[in-house]
Design a protein around this ligand. Structure first.
Ligand code: FEO
Length: 398
């Protein structure tokens, strides 16, 4: 069954959702699924913006055939060459050989790498500022390098004030029959997924997102059409505001998360004691996560949400407990900034995890690592109450 959604009188979503894929990029768990968005323009010339992942090929090609309704396809515009959007390019070109494929110079370089057959395609190369008219619609291309690949283009359509924003403003999460963000309770249904998507996939490229937000501010935008998740036609400032915060590494909430690793439960018990003490001293809604039990992408998302991160970590092989080391390395790889860290370390004979984590965190920009480190010898005991209290005080006062 074809499954399309009208965005405007002439622009139709022809994408598809995938609820079977367990990990996006074979890394990030997506129990909420994911949508691959593609947009069809019904005009004097027909045009399609991007394709979809091969996993949804049947649905996608049926949708495309339905909206074309026997017409030829004039343009296939490629805003982003990552395979979740481009894996069906060659299939589309083989089905509609008259199509002209539109993209930037680097887009065609990448296309040749993924599809050597593309040497034979009819091509139109565009760059920032160039325009493509399909008749009543006029698309102007905006370069968005490293959001989050180097070749990315946005397209702004003047008559509908629609911004086709590639991966920017996208989110994990299948579309459950809707297409507009205002058809959902976005905070409940998508915000956590959108933050996790941003932080893990785009998070490293905050300055580049800032650059493109400045370009977007110069446009009169009524709709944002991303490559994943719902389309925005209302409350754009709400989501633009989130992007402003996320891309400047500002926290969303002045709240605390406690992330611990624990081999046998003693460090877990200490982490719970820290959380209890923080709540009793007025820290508010403290969340506690086991680094071994929660996928690191969720932890990274929580780092983007919160201002203060408490790490409670055992020493392991005279180093950092490996799952915690992976989490700390991921924060460094994603250029986390503007956060306060408090460290508690455990060790039965030579606790060093705190010092090693502190050294790694100190390489991050504008990060405070509190001097008051809590050291646990095997387990936290009633005799540690004073140290625990002053550790919690330091976190609350930071
Ligand atoms: Fe959704 Fe960068 O691909």
């Amino acid at each position: 069954m074809n499954n399309t959604k009208k965005i405007t009188e002439s622009i139709t979503w022809i994408g598809a959702s995938d609820n079977r894929l367990s990990r996006f990029e074979n890394i990030f768990p997506i129990p909420e699924g994911v949508s691959y968005n593609s947009y069809f323009v019904d005009d004097e010339k027909t045009a399609v913006f991007d394709t979809a992942d091969v996993t949804v090929a049947d649905q996608y090609l049926e949708n495309l055939k339905t909206v074309l309704d026997g017409r030829s396809l004039d343009y296939l515009i490629v805003l982003h060459m990552e395979p979740d959007h481009c894996s069906l390019i060659d299939k589309v070109v083989s089905l509609y050989p008259e199509v002209t494929v539109v993209g930037g110079k680097q887009t065609f370089t990448f296309m040749g790498q993924f599809f050597p057959e593309s040497a034979q395609y009819k091509k139109l190369e565009v760059k920032e500022g160039d325009q493509l008219s399909t008749g009543k619609h006029n698309f102007k291309f905006v370069s968005a390098p490293m959001v989050h690949w180097p070749e990315v283009l946005f397209a702004y359509e003047e008559s509908t004030k629609a911004l086709l924003s590639a991966d920017a403003f996208g989110t994990f999460g299948a579309l459950d029959g809707g297409i507009f963000a205002d058809e959902y309770d976005f905070d409940k249904d998508f915000l956590d997924s959108a933050r996790r998507y941003y932080a893990n996939i785009v998070g490293k490229y905050g300055p580049q997102v800032q650059a493109v937000l400045k370009k977007a501010a110069a446009l009169d935008i009524a709709m944002i059409l991303p490559l994943h998740g719902p389309v925005w036609r209302k409350d754009l400032d709400y989501f633009l505001g989130k992007y402003q915060k996320w891309s400047t590494y500002e926290f969303e909430e002045d709240s605390v998360i406690v992330i611990y690793g624990s081999l046998y439960g003693h460090t877990a018990s200490a982490a719970q004691a820290v959380a209890r003490m923080l709540r009793e001293k007025g820290a508010g809604n403290v969340r506690v996560y086991d680094v071994s039990g929660v996928d690191v992408s969720y932890l990274i998302s929580e780092v983007w949400r919160c201002r203060k991160i408490v790490i409670v970590c055992p020493t392991y092989n005279n180093g950092v407990y490996p799952p915690m080391e992976s989490f700390v390395s991921d924060m460094a790889a994603l250029s986390v900034q503007n956060r306060v860290f408090a460290l508690a370390q455990n060790g039965t004979w030579a606790p060093v995890a705190g010092k090693l984590i502190s050294e790694k965190l100190s390489q991050l920009k504008n990060v405070t690592v509190l001097d008051n480190m809590l050291t646990i010898k095997s387990a936290l005991h009633p005799g540690d109450a004073e140290a625990l209290g002053s550790f919690a005080d330091a976190i609350i006062n930071a």
